[in-house]
Design a protein around this ligand. Structure first.
Ligand SMILES: Cc1cc2nc3c(=O)[nH]c(=O)nc-3n(C[C@H](O)[C@H](O)[C@H](O)COP(=O)(O)OP(=O)(O)OC[C@H]3O[C@@H](n4cnc5c(N)ncnc54)[C@H](O)[C@@H]3O)c2cc1C
Length: 415
């Protein structure tokens, strides 16, 4: 009996294993182990890492279809680099047309529906089906969910928003700047703090800092809650630069006439520029698939399996328990790749996800810090923090360049 998608997802969300155990079920791949058909939905950090690893190991033995609606990939931190004028939009776009890997077919198409039971999608370029399906469609942003945000604010979390914010910042004549996080969860927990620090630098260089105020408003008690040492360093940097830190503050709406952010406790915060991190949601096509529980796809945190046999999910679209960041999506994709390769080679499947990831944090003044954190279910996150330094600027550039080389085969100098 095939259970309806929504019923299976609910059962798994409550910790009940599905009737068919995807690990122990036989590896049939449609009965033909010569051609594995893997459908990868989304060519972001997770989808790119997965197809690269699978292609390296299985190459032409397989047919990997990688689907994305965009024609190019932009790394999260590149959005800030463009926004603050360090580089150009063209320089940070990695074209999917450059992906030349054995077994991989990139299809530029919008996914219109997902059937997790049949491992099939409908797209505007036709239907696709896989023996295995991996959902890596990320998190969508919903500025409209906050009244007044579209009219009076400037979201910088989408590619279009960040690139447009560059012009807004270039013509900004100084005043009250609020960097506002509307809700949790949100991608890249350090990014709003980095943005506040980079706004400070920009205003300083343009001689506008004295006549301006910079505030960071967040519904959290510390800037990077899983990493206390990193949070302390960020708060020290804010204090040194006169950046106001407003924790546990919930922005309910922006009033376009009065140019104020209205907080849940009734406080009005006046602004001349509101840089927003909007509400995050699973993409509508994922929400409509019946795979979500409480807004995101539940997965086994060790294996990234969803309750649907031979359907995995990685990255921001899941509720796996790690922050929504590219490095975690990449680590999860590695585990799915290991497991699929082992199954295809008929080796025992041992790789499990350890919840570890490292992120770079921009402090401005050409200084970058680095935080490494491990998330394990039911335990407090543990990790280390490397203080900001110029050496880590080069490390971060190397991180970006290595992904460009690995995923697209291109050399990339990212500032
Ligand atoms: C300002 C900013 C800075 C950041 N800095 C960092 C950082 O320094 N380090 C870090 O690790 N992370 C950073 N991140 C977070 C990082 O970008 C994401 O967490 C990461 O991209 C998630 O990877 P993913 O594979 O889950 O999804 P994504 O990379 O978001 O990929 C999802 C893909 O799915 C596609 N898609 C969605 N819906 C459809 C559909 N219906 N049809 C077809 N295609 C679809 C999208 O086009 C997209 O390419 C930052 C994010 C922001 C906004």
């Amino acid at each position: 009996m095939v259970r309806p998608a929504r019923a299976v997802a609910r059962a798994y969300g409550r910790g009940v294993r599905p009737a068919v155990d995807p690990i122990s079920s036989p590896v049939t791949f449609d009965g033909n182990e010569e051609t594995v058909r893997v459908l990868v939905l989304g060519a972001g950090f997770g989808g790119l890492q997965l197809t690269t690893r699978l292609s390296e190991e299985l190459g032409d033995e397989a047919d990997f279809v990688l689907i994305d609606r965009a024609d190019s990939f932009v790394m999260g931190f590149s959005k800030l680099d463009v926004m603050f004028g360090r580089t150009t939009a063209d320089a940070v776009r990695h074209r999917y047309a450059d992906i030349v890997k054995p077994g991989v077919r990139f299809v530029q198409a919008t996914i219109e529906s997902i059937d997790p039971v049949g491992r099939r999608v409908e797209t505007d370029a036709g239907p696709f089906q896989g023996d295995v399906m991996v959902v890596a469609l990320g998190a969508d942003l919903d500025p409209v969910a906050t009244p007044g945000l579209v009219e009076a604010g400037c979201e910088f979390y989408t590619q279009a928003g960040a690139f447009a914010a560059r012009e807004v910042l270039e013509s900004f004549g100084g005043g009250r700047v609020i960097v506002g996080v509307i809700s949790t969860p949100f991608k890249c927990p350090p990014a709003p703090s980095e943005t506040a620090l980079m706004v400070h630098d920009l205003l300083l260089v343009r001689g506008l800092r004295e006549s301006s105020e910079v505030s960071l408003v967040m519904p959290l008690g510390s800037p990077i809650p899983p990493a206390p040492a990193a949070s302390d360093a960020v708060l020290r940097a804010f204090a040194e630069r006169g950046i106001a830190w407003c924790p546990n503050a919930v922005v309910q709406r922006l009033d376009p006439q009065r140019r104020v952010a209205v907080l849940a406790d009734g406080t009005d915060m006046p602004f001349d520029l509101f840089l927003a991190v909007p509400v995050h949601r699973a993409p509508p096509v994922v929400a409509a698939s019946g795979m979500c529980v409480d807004g995101w796809i539940p997965v086994d945190p060790s294996t990234l399996e969803t309750p649907f046999p031979n359907v995995y999910a990685v990255g921001d679209v899941t509720s796996v328990g790690t922050p929504k960041a590219g490095v975690f999506a990449e680590g999860q994709a590695d585990v799915v790749a290991d497991r699929l390769i082992a199954r295809h080679r008929q080796r025992s499947v041992t790789s499990t996800y350890d919840g570890t990831g490292a992120c770079y944090i921009e402090f401005g003044h050409r200084q970058v810090g680095r935080v490494e954190v491990t998330f394990r279910r039911g335990q407090r996150p543990t990790g280390t923090f490397d203080e900001p330094s110029a050496a880590l600027v080069a490390d971060k550039a190397g991180f970006g360049a290595s992904r460009a080389r690995r995923w697209f085969g291109t050399d990339w100098i990212n500032y």
